[in-house]
Design a binder for this molecule. Structure first.
Ligand SMILES: [Zn+2]
Length: 273
């Protein structure tokens, strides 16, 4: 955890406007007698706090009283791109499309009045030249979404924006929800994934699990084919962690913190009617 913070500070450098704020995160502010928090999403202290807050919101407000069997975990992939500055337009368009489609469905079918979604945008990255090494499904998905045709170098960074979210379906089936998304501009192969919540786990555990997964803010590469647990195990054996390049970390931080940046901007909510 501390290591990630150090990596981010190293990547942005001391002259960066966010450096002092992030470096002071966790210190006591004597004047106001409280702890300073930086609010930078890549800061482990801050994203752990944020997970707690989002869990509270989900359990106490949005999804209170929704039974497990009406809940699902959504992943929606957007177009991969070499240019991080183009992602916001894609996110805005996607949010608009989803809001419109829910509104449209509600006019046709009152079952949709109870449908709601809380999601968080997340970013991952790969090298341009990695496409051929992806597993089959990921390769098909990325080609379908529009993997860039050219890049300056094989090592050029391709950003992969996507949304993870919790969906309450009411009496709408998961199939209907996923089909509606696919029918309205999200029809690339594997672009929409909707998994019902695990019936053998409590709804609380399921929600916590999704939030932990959606707000992970990882800035390191997994070892090929390795699961999270394997990664942790290999790390314990002294393997070097594979952090993103400084340039990529800096770009990602700046994207996260631009405009009215931070955590709230990553949130996407469609409420019940
Ligand atoms: Zn912080």
């Amino acid at each position: 955890m501390q290591e990630q913070r150090a990596q981010v500070l190293l990547a942005i450098g001391m002259m960066h406007p966010l450096y002092d704020r992030m470096a002071a995160c966790g210190e006591m502010d004597e004047k106001h007698n409280n702890m300073r928090v930086c609010g930078v999403p890549l800061c482990p202290r801050c994203f752990l706090r944020r997970r707690g807050k989002e869990t509270g919101r989900a359990l106490g407000q949005a999804f209170a009283d929704v039974p497990n069997e009406q809940m699902a975990f959504l992943t929606l992939l957007l177009e991969p791109t070499l240019d991080l500055s183009t992602v916001d337009a894609g996110i805005q368009a996607t949010k608009r499309r989803i809001r419109n489609l829910v509104a449209y469905q509600r006019r046709q079918d009152p079952r949709w009045n109870l449908v709601q979604l809380t999601g968080w945008w997340e970013m991952d990255r790969d090298n341009y030249g990695d496409l051929t090494e992806f597993g089959r499904n990921k390769r098909i998905a990325m080609q379908g979404l529009g993997w860039p045709l050219f890049a300056k170098r094989l090592e050029s960074t391709v950003w992969r924006p996507h949304l993870h979210g919790i969906v309450a379906l009411g009496d709408v089936t998961g199939q209907e929800f996923a089909d509606a998304l696919r029918a309205r501009g999200h029809d690339a192969p594997y672009q929409v994934s909707l998994k019902p919540f695990d019936r053998d786990q409590s709804v609380v555990r399921n929600i916590k699990g999704v939030i932990r997964y959606a707000l992970k803010f990882r800035i390191e590469r997994d070892f090929k084919g390795a699961s999270q647990e394997n990664c942790d195990a290999t790390r314990g054996l002294g393997f070097v962690r594979s952090w993103w390049s400084k340039g990529d970390i800096r770009e990602y931080v700046e994207w996260l913190m631009c405009k009215r940046g931070g955590f709230e901007r990553l949130r996407f909510v469609v409420r019940v009617l």
